[in-house]
Design a protein around this ligand. Structure first.
Ligand SMILES: Nc1ncnc2c1ncn2[C@@H]1O[C@H](COP(=O)(O)OP(=O)(O)O)[C@@H](O)[C@H]1O
Ligand SMILES: [Mg+2]
Length: 267
């Protein structure tokens, strides 16, 4: 049975320890929500699972479908059915959106998809996500609005048909209508495909639509609370403040580490 297992995972970036012993199990066809204040390591965890080389794995294990994920390259992970819808999708000038998608699909198929079939699937996906048809012909994320970038990640997911998909704040930057469209698309994939999900979100509105079966809170690099949907409502009502006291973690300073003026001055 397809199952993701993370054991005592420690991850650092630029020699700063971010994840400090994450344990998590996601079974086939479960939806897990990952919540927690900003800067606690949620994106780090997702990127480490996908294999972003920026993140150093210090110790621990990640298994998916009984395969040792940490020994696999990013494209092997993708071919094994793992997908990441990113918090900040990159703009790739010069790379056409549909060329990119067709190449990504073909990399996972034994026989390349026919152009006719690809165009039909792409058109369906673009239509389902309520996007303009020219999105297929534009360069990947170049000049896309925040919401278009997020919806384009879901188009990728629809076409690549992963078995384990991670969505990192896919709801941020979406207006109410787009939020419903994205949630419906995710729900439809979950209902019709063999799919499990790990969804990072701060908002009850999105989680209410996607209905996680399990909810976790990540604080200071560890999953400190796990429960069911009740936990989403608690966070929505009470915020994250109580967590710092309960777990004796220092609240990060509200002040931004880098002010805009200093960026300008450093140029
Ligand atoms: N390139 C980097 N250099 C140093 N620290 C980083 C870098 N990228 C992320 N971090 C730090 O790692 C921590 C965790 O970040 P992240 O995983 O993005 O948190 P979250 O997704 O929970 O908001 C933050 O304190 C962030 O500032
Ligand atoms: Mg993040």
């Amino acid at each position: 049975m397809r199952k993701l297992v993370i054991k005592d995972l420690y991850v650092s970036i630029n020699d700063i320890q971010i994840l400090k012993g994450v344990n998590l199990e996601i079974n086939n066809h479960e939806i897990h929500a990952l919540m927690g204040p900003n800067g606690q390591g949620k994106s780090t965890l997702l990127s480490a699972i996908m294999g972003d080389p920026k993140y150093r794995i210090d110790s621990g294990e990640i298994w998916y479908d009984d395969k040792d994920v940490l020994s696999m390259s990013v494209d092997e992970r993708s071919r094994a059915g793992i997908f990441l819808g990113m918090q900040y999708p990159s703009e790739i000038p010069g790379v056409n959106n549909s060329d990119f998608l067709r190449a990504a699909m073909n990399a996972r198929l034994e026989k390349p998809i026919s152009l006719f079939k690809f165009i039909r699937e792409m058109e369906h996906a673009v239509d389902d996500l309520g996007m303009k048809s020219d999105i297929a012909h534009r360069n990947l994320n170049e000049g896309f609005s925040g919401g278009e970038k997020k919806r384009n990640e879901i188009i990728q997911m629809k076409l690549l048909k992963p078995q384990f998909a991670m969505l990192d704040e896919i709801d941020s930057g979406l207006d109410v209508d787009a939020l419903k469209i994205v949630a419906d698309a995710v729900q439809d994939l979950y209902d019709t495909q063999d799919l499990s999900l790990l969804i990072v979100s701060h908002y009850e509105r999105f989680l209410d639509l996607t209905k996680p079966t399990h909810v976790h809170i990540l604080l200071d690099g560890k999953i400190v609370e796990s429960g069911d949907y009740e936990l989403v409502s608690k966070i929505d009502n009470e915020g994250y403040e109580w967590l710092y006291t309960k777990y004796g973690v220092e609240k990060p300073s509200e002040k931004p580490a880098l002010v805009l003026e200093s960026c300008g001055a450093n140029r």
